[in-house]
Design a protein around this ligand. Structure first.
Ligand SMILES: Cc1ncc(COP(=O)(O)O)c(C=O)c1O
Length: 408
């Protein structure tokens, strides 16, 4: 695991060097870790087709890196699709999985030549009426399974807005037959941070069951949701075991049905979470009668996961790794409750110390904002032993771009 708490450098470049060269707050990603995760998936699953869930980290150099690794992408908006195309992905390698979008966005996806993943019955009906079987499509199913790290990232339960319910199979059958749909794939994304392999096997039962009915189906997409450990001892999806069991299920299907299906997956976190670090500088150490706060030069505007999902991020003080241990509240500078870590044991933190927030690769920068009119951080990719700037820090001009002063 690259984000082990004792880590102080990436590919031989220390975090202190990175902070000095590029300033803080700074997002840093390690290309070697991303490659390693891709290899782990390829080694675990027979014939896997990986579609990186671009929403996790959308920087165009990362999208390009995925392309160079032979990985496709899953996108959830036309804009993500456009970024993926600019990064060199072929339309055929881009799965478009929008939800609750205007049908016009579906039409745009078709015009771009994307693989269209449809997630509700009205859209399936409109798609059929407009394209019939001329344009292939995928159906996203809602399996009625509650799984995932917490409720906000569970997408497969019956009260989730995502997918067409497995209880609506008759309606699906009717539409497929009425419009002679060219259904080439079936998809389920049950949620994020799933460690229970049986959840994926339940998904497999549903997907294989339907694939038997629809002979046009060529692939089954199991979505993302693979969990990585956020601290030593934390649970993680056993991808080797999952790969073994799912690969076996695909082989069984082939033996029984004399038909070979492809296995698709679209991980986000698994590929980039461990690879990313947010480097922040300590502005102030504030001692109150009840708590000691470490106020850093970042906040929920840069990394919202702790405040949004109660997500745990390991934090290390690389400026004072051998200092005595004390408990701190690590907080940001945004004018809301803005806590990265509550009552967390760290080696003693002094003003100016550099703290590293681990597992910041996924849903870090891609969820960042200019709240409080602060600049979003720069982003750096460590690749082939070199630190390469892949996005500049925001500027005042960027903050003002698009704004119109009507009183000028
Ligand atoms: C449709 C879809 N696929 C894949 C993912 C990636 O999930 P994860 O980052 O947990 O792998 C998501 C995340 O929300 C998603 O909505």
């Amino acid at each position: 695991m690259s984000s082990h708490p004792s880590i102080t450098s990436l590919q031989g470049i220390s975090f202190e060097t990175l902070a000095r060269e590029f300033d803080t707050p700074l997002y840093v990603y390690d290309a070697e870790t991303i490659s390693r995760q891709i290899q782990r998936l390829r080694a675990s699953f027979e014939n896997i087709r990986i579609k990186y869930a671009a929403k996790a980290l959308t920087n165009r150099s990362i999208l390009r890196f995925m392309k160079l690794q032979g990985v496709g992408v899953d996108v959830v908006s036309i804009q993500e699709a456009q970024l993926a195309l600019l990064a060199g992905h072929l339309p055929a390698d881009i799965m478009f999985t929008p939800n609750c979008v205007d049908f016009e966005e579906i039409v745009q996806g078709v015009e771009l030549g994307l693989t269209m993943n449809l997630d509700n019955l009205p859209v399936l009906e409109k798609f059929g009426a407009r394209y019939g079987g001329d344009v292939p499509c995928v159906i996203r199913l809602n399996p009625d399974i509650l799984a995932g790290g917490n409720y906000k990232i569970s997408t497969g339960h019956s009260q989730s807005k995502f997918g067409i319910s497995v209880h609506s199979l008759d309606e699906i059958r009717t539409l497929v037959s009425r419009y002679q749909l060219n259904l080439e794939g079936l998809h389920i994304h049950t949620g994020s941070e799933i460690t229970d392999i049986d959840v994926f096997m339940k998904m497999a039962d549903i997907l294989f069951g339907l694939a038997k009915e629809f002979s046009s189906v060529r692939y089954l997409d199991f979505g993302g949701g693979l969990k990585v450990a956020y601290q030593p001892g934390d649970g993680a999806t056993d991808v080797a075991e999952l790969g073994r069991r799912l690969s076996m299920a695909f082989r069984d299907f082939k033996d029984r049905e004399s038909r070979e299906l492809q296995l698709w997956m679209e991980p986000g976190k698994f590929l980039v979470s461990d690879a990313g670090f947010l480097l922040v500088r300590t502005n102030v150490v504030k001692v109150t009668p009840k708590a000691t706060f470490v106020g850093v030069n970042s906040g929920l505007n840069h990394l919202i996961r702790p405040m949004m999902y109660d997500a745990y991020h390991t934090i290390t003080n690389v400026s004072n790794p051998l200092g005595p241990k004390k408990n701190y509240w690590v907080v940001g500078n945004v004018c809301e409750t803005d806590t990265f870590a509550a009552d967390r044991e760290l080696t003693e933190v002094r003003e100016g110390d550099l703290l590293i927030i681990h597992n910041a690769g996924a849903y870090g920068y891609s969820m960042a904002s200019n709240y409080n009119s602060r600049f979003r951080p720069a982003e750096v990719l460590i690749i082939d032993g070199q630190a390469r700037l892949i996005r500049q820090r925001d500027t005042l001009d960027q903050l003002l771009a698009g704004q119109i002063d009507i009183f000028q």
